[in-house]
Design a protein around this ligand. Structure first.
Ligand SMILES: Nc1ncnc2c1ncn2[C@@H]1O[C@H](COP(=O)(O)OP(=O)(O)OP(=O)(O)O)[C@@H](O)[C@H]1O
Length: 275
């Protein structure tokens, strides 16, 4: 295992063996002739929590969408357990074990929590009860409030419903697009704790985040993107201490990072199940 955060080691710190999900040299974009991803690489190994951080407009969300068939890949390849899934449709990817939680408009507001989760299982309705129970084990609040309309929930609660809906198909890997976006600092922390719970329940996770520091704190490994290409990668905590990454992307002093780590360690000790 490599342990350096080196520009030239594109998967620094990655475990050995074949990744569960791989993006290799992806070139993709929205408009003809304009590439947003310029040769992006990403590996996710089974059980990993992998972060994607970088400046605004770096292409983080575009990379996630390209993995999920929502942005056309112009060259390069996406593979799942070694099989090519490049440009496969989202519904077929869901059947194959890839889940995706978009940043916005990610619940049906007029439907109840339970109905939202039924929508998540529409490709396998016979599994609804079993999956619902598994998800309530992770997020008990969803069971208690199953009859509440999603439109009446707070932003953080909606995000929980959106994550739960994506979990209904029992994905091998879950792609999360900025789960902390638009939430207050406390609610952001809850979103990160939920992400860790999902990962601890055995789901490999890719999380795109603007809150780079928090993201690096919870990730096994992270990739820093810049202008649609890999800039750095490595174990999350190692990137947090990398002077180049701090200067360019975290915009903070090393002492602040140490303080934030201590704070996070204290919070981790207090992590309790959702109520
Ligand atoms: N639907 C779209 N059509 C055309 N261009 C788009 C579209 N969505 C995103 N882009 C452009 O792609 C580039 C990368 O956007 P993307 O959302 O992937 O960046 P990001 O790294 O996730 O940024 P942020 O942290 O600000 O969300 C931006 O220049 C953006 O304007």
């Amino acid at each position: 295992m490599s342990t350096t955060t080196d520009r030239h080691d594109v998967h620094a710190g990655a475990p050995a063996g074949e990744p569960l999900l791989r993006a290799a040299d992806l070139v993709a974009g929205y408009l003809p002739g304009v590439n947003i991803l310029n040769g992006c690489n990403l590996d996710v190994h089974e059980g990993e929590l992998v972060g994607i951080i970088g400046p605004n407009g770096a292409g983080k969300s575009t990379l996630l969408k390209a993995l999920f068939g929502l942005v056309k890949v112009r060259s390069g390849a996406v593979t799942l357990a070694g099989e090519d899934i490049t440009n496969h449709r989202a519904d077929s990817l869901v059947r194959r074990g890839v889940g995706f939680v978009p940043q916005n408009n990610n619940v049906f507001p007029s439907l109840t929590i339970e109905e939202n989760l039924q929508m998540g299982a529409f490709q396998a309705p016979s599994k609804f009860t079993e999956r619902f129970e598994a998800i309530v084990d992770i997020f008990p609040a969803l069971g208690e409030r199953r009859r509440q309309r999603a439109g009446s929930l707070s932003g953080g609660e909606r995000q929980m419903v959106a994550m739960a809906r994506a979990l209904m198909m029992d994905p091998q890997v879950l792609l999360l697009d900025e789960p902390s976006a638009g939430l207050s600092p406390v609610r952001q922390d809850e979103a990160f704790i939920r992400t860790r719970k999902i990962n601890k329940a055995g789901v490999s996770v890719v999380i795109v985040e603007q809150n780079a520091r928090r993201c690096l704190q919870i990730c096994d490994r992270a990739y820093v993107l810049d202008q649609g290409a890999n800039a750095y990668s490595g174990p999350g905590r190692q990137l947090m201490h990398d002077p180049k990454v701090i200067e360019l992307y975290l915009g903070t002093l090393a002492e602040d990072v140490a303080d934030a780590e201590a704070e996070q360690d204290a919070q981790r000790g207090q992590e309790t199940p959702e109520s």
